[in-house]
Design a protein around this ligand. Structure first.
Ligand SMILES: Nc1nc2c(ncn2[C@@H]2O[C@H](COP(=O)(O)OP(=O)(O)O)[C@@H](O)[C@H]2O)c(=O)[nH]1
Ligand SMILES: [Mg+2]
Length: 431
């Protein structure tokens, strides 16, 4: 699935492996390749433009991470964009407080509504629910029969009544309440293309059963039409999510992926085969990793970031307990304080200290003043604050634009901190 996208994007990202510095020209080249990859996968042109603009913005200048090399940074950005394109977070299914939780299936004819309805019923059953299916596609005589056969295969009751589809849906809801079925999935009729009558019918069914979820079933093989179809359905029905069907085919899938960006609704489920268990919740993050084919590199990036923070904190913690934590170290920690709060991290690592520090906030002004004071000290003074006598204090206060009392306070606090930390010596978990 998403083979073309995966091949192309995977190749771009693969080239970035072991690349260190990236020039602006490199970035341009990479962006051009990503552009081609997305367009060839049939991602909507406007969507491609947006995505590229965001990747560019995050790949140059300011936003660069200290931990990751530029190539890793680009991979990370592309991954984040891809996850966004795929819908961000996994859609969390919740249930109506007044059962049944009604799910309405909408989509064009042949998109996979009936099959997906049965698969979804099986999925709900696996979640421990008692689903029921309603066949409200009375367009084709065979449609209800198809649903009955599928319902039997997954062991879920199917309700239908001849005549009017809207009335069938209403009766189905009554029946579900009577039988105590807590999930009701309503299959509806589709047409080959958007058509007023079909829209009106599905709109009236929706009005009658007030679904908690309206899923638009989109065939992954559909080309650019998918976007227009999704827009039309979303205007009439307020779609909650997309069920992407036939992902097992050699579909390029890009059009379907564009749906999220265009109507702002996530892909909720993906169907990957005709078999009834070929159906799963759609996880954008996992799918993005799969498409990029870089599971290893992506987790490496994540680890690098975590390890960096942890190592820094551990290094400082060790110095603290060894009594080797100098004012220079303190200054370094202060500078990073705003970014990731390592001082809290450091102290939080010591048993029994974390809780005491939780409420302690260090204000911006105080940090600036403390920084200024330490910067006005000589290296010898920073290394060994005991040598800071009266005249040194006056000099430091003048140099940092503070009062002698401020200098006194800092020196005293630091000495107390060192003393306290020494007491914790040996209590730091050994590693
Ligand atoms: N390969 C494959 N075929 C599917 C999938 N979902 C549905 N189909 C097939 O697509 C055709 C149309 O499906 P159907 O559920 O009847 O679509 P509906 O008209 O929207 O109800 C049927 O032949 C299904 O077996 C899928 O995920 N993978
Ligand atoms: Mg059908």
């Amino acid at each position: 699935m998403f083979d073309s996208l995966s091949d192309r994007l995977g190749a771009v990202v693969g080239k970035l492996r072991n690349r260190g510095r990236l020039s602006e020209a490199d970035v341009d080249e990479i962006l051009a390749e990503i552009r081609t990859a997305l367009l060839e996968a049939d991602v909507n042109v406007a969507v491609v433009r947006n995505v590229l603009a965001r990747i560019r913005e995050k790949s140059v200048g300011e936003a660069m991470s200290k931990v990751l090399d530029p190539a890793q940074q680009v991979v990370k950005t592309v991954q984040a964009e891809l996850i966004g394109l795929l819908g961000g977070e996994t859609l969390k299914i919740t249930y109506a407080s007044q059962p049944p939780t009604v799910v309405l299936m909408a989509g064009l004819q042949g998109s996979g509504k009936t099959t997906s309805a049965a698969k979804l019923a099986a999925w709900f059953k696996k979640q421990g629910r008692q689903p029921m299916l309603v066949g409200a596609d009375l367009q084709r005589p065979a449609a209800v029969e198809q649903l009955r056969v599928l319902g039997q295969q997954v062991g879920v009751p199917v309700f239908s009544a001849p005549g009017d589809p809207v009335e069938t849906a209403r009766l189905g809801l009554e029946e579900a309440r009577r039988l105590g079925r807590n999930v009701l999935i309503v299959d509806t009729a589709g047409r080959l293309a958007i058509d007023e009558e079909m829209m009106e019918q599905v709109r009236r069914i929706s009005e009658t059963v007030t679904p908690r979820y309206t899923f638009l079933v989109v065939d992954a093989m559909t080309g650019q039409d998918a976007v227009g179809v999704a827009e039309a359905f979303n205007e009439t029905l307020a779609i909650d999510g997309v069920i992407l069907s036939k992902l097992d085919g050699d579909a390029r899938g890009g059009a379907a992926l564009s749906v999220k960006e265009v109507i702002g609704k996530p892909i909720a489920f993906a169907a990957t085969g005709e078999k009834l268990d070929a159906f799963e919740q759609f996880h954008p993050d996992r799918m993005a990793s799969r498409i990029l084919g870089m599971g290893d590199m992506l987790s490496l990036i994540e680890q690098a970031e975590q390890v960096f923070e942890k190592e820094e904190a551990e290094k400082a913690a060790k110095k603290l307990v060894d009594g080797k934590f100098t004012l220079d170290d303190f200054l370094e920690q202060l500078q990073q304080l705003k970014k990731m709060g390592p001082l809290q991290n450091v102290l939080g690592m010591l048993p029994g200290v974390g809780a005491q520090l939780k409420g302690a906030e260090i204000g911006d002004d105080q940090v600036k003043r403390t920084e200024a004071i330490i910067r006005s000290m000589t290296p010898a003074e920073r290394e060994n604050p005991q040598i800071i006598n009266g005249s040194r204090r006056t000099r430091i206060a003048k140099g940092s634009g503070t009062q002698v009392q401020d200098v006194n306070r800092l020196v005293k606090q630091f000495a107390e901190m060192q003393k306290m930390m020494k007491q914790f010596g040996g209590r730091l978990p050994s590693r």
